[in-house]
Design a protein around this ligand. Sequence first.
Ligand code: GDP
Length: 410
Amino acid sequence: MEIVILAVVIAVVVIGALGGLVIGSRKKKQLPPQAPSGTPTITAPSAEPQVGDEAETPRDEPRRTIEEVELPLVEPSASAPVVEEPVVEAPAAPEIETPEPTAGRLVRLRARLSRSQNALGKGLLTLLSREHLDEDTWEEIEDTLLTADVGVAPTQELVERLRERVRVLGTRTPDELRTLLREELIALLGTGEGTDFDRVVKTESGLETPGIVMVVGVNGTGKTTTTGKLARVLVADGKSVVLGAADTFRAAAADQLQTWGERVGARTVRGPEGGDPASIAFDAVKEGIADGADVVLIDTAGRLHTKTGLMDELGKVKRVVEKHAPLDEVLLVLDATTGQNGLVQARVFAEVVDITGIVLTKLDGTAKGGIVVAVQRELGVPVKLVGLGEGADDLAPFEPEAFVDALIGE
Ligand code: GDP
């Protein structure tokens, strides 16, 4: 009996102990996870200032509510760094430039001509100064003129006249020779008939409508640049100009022209790339009339794909423009550095459209200034303007005397 009681007691104790263990472990599972012992868990803000804390209120001062805090007036001071607001700049309106006056430009730009053309003039003077002007010397004179692209017929004429005058003169001083050569070269640049060409770029229609100038030439000759420079020349002379960007063939030609226009405050009428040049030319003239502009300048595309293609294109431009008003001037732009090739181009264009004036570009970059003589002879049309550089005001009215003076020096 005692044994049974003892066994019951032991059993109760064992069951009680096991039950306590199970309940204890369940309670542990319900507690939040604890950091491993030995690692302090920070739950309250530390008394030490931390990076990023606001400036601390001194401990002995009572804390104030946010309403009580006075905001200091911030005075801009020289020492305090000023935080600048980012300025969003509106696209600046293009600044309108004042082009140089056009009178006497060739004289001003003579240094450019002298640099490129001097060899011709100096060469001729040296040859003419020889003691004995024998056949060989005259041949050398001819060669010098031909090398400068003066052309065969004008060269022969010039040599003939020089021979005759030197013979009559007898003894020759350097001054006499210079005068002689100067006179003959100037005569060669004229019509050869005693009267000079009219070299004025015709921009006045004499009608209510604006003067209309069409600029033609092979792409790359400097056509668009020349149209832009010419706009400046006209603006410098007090005229209002509308530009027609009818060179829709060369990508960026319209942008280029528009930039030239903006620089002097001239509006550009343009269409889509590859669009119809004639309709742009038509719109430009319409705009010019509506604006009461003095001159409309039309830049055309100069692709020499086929003569018929060119003829169709330029012919159409001319026809549609003339629905509004007559064309006053058709300027052919030729690159002086291309020599004989330039003459071939001149011939083709002259067959397609009535050229009334020639612009010779890049005369600053060639010693072949004789092309002026050759091209005038070829077309029977005067050189009216010459390009002497890439600068905005490097387009000059052509003056035979100033040109010859640049060649042989004064
Ligand atoms: P386009 O295709 O005929 O319209 O030719 P651009 O007007 O674009 O001109 C072709 C290049 O010739 C450009 O780089 C111009 O700056 C340059 N150019 C035009 N005229 C002259 C000039 O008189 N002298 C020089 N040195 N370069 C020129």
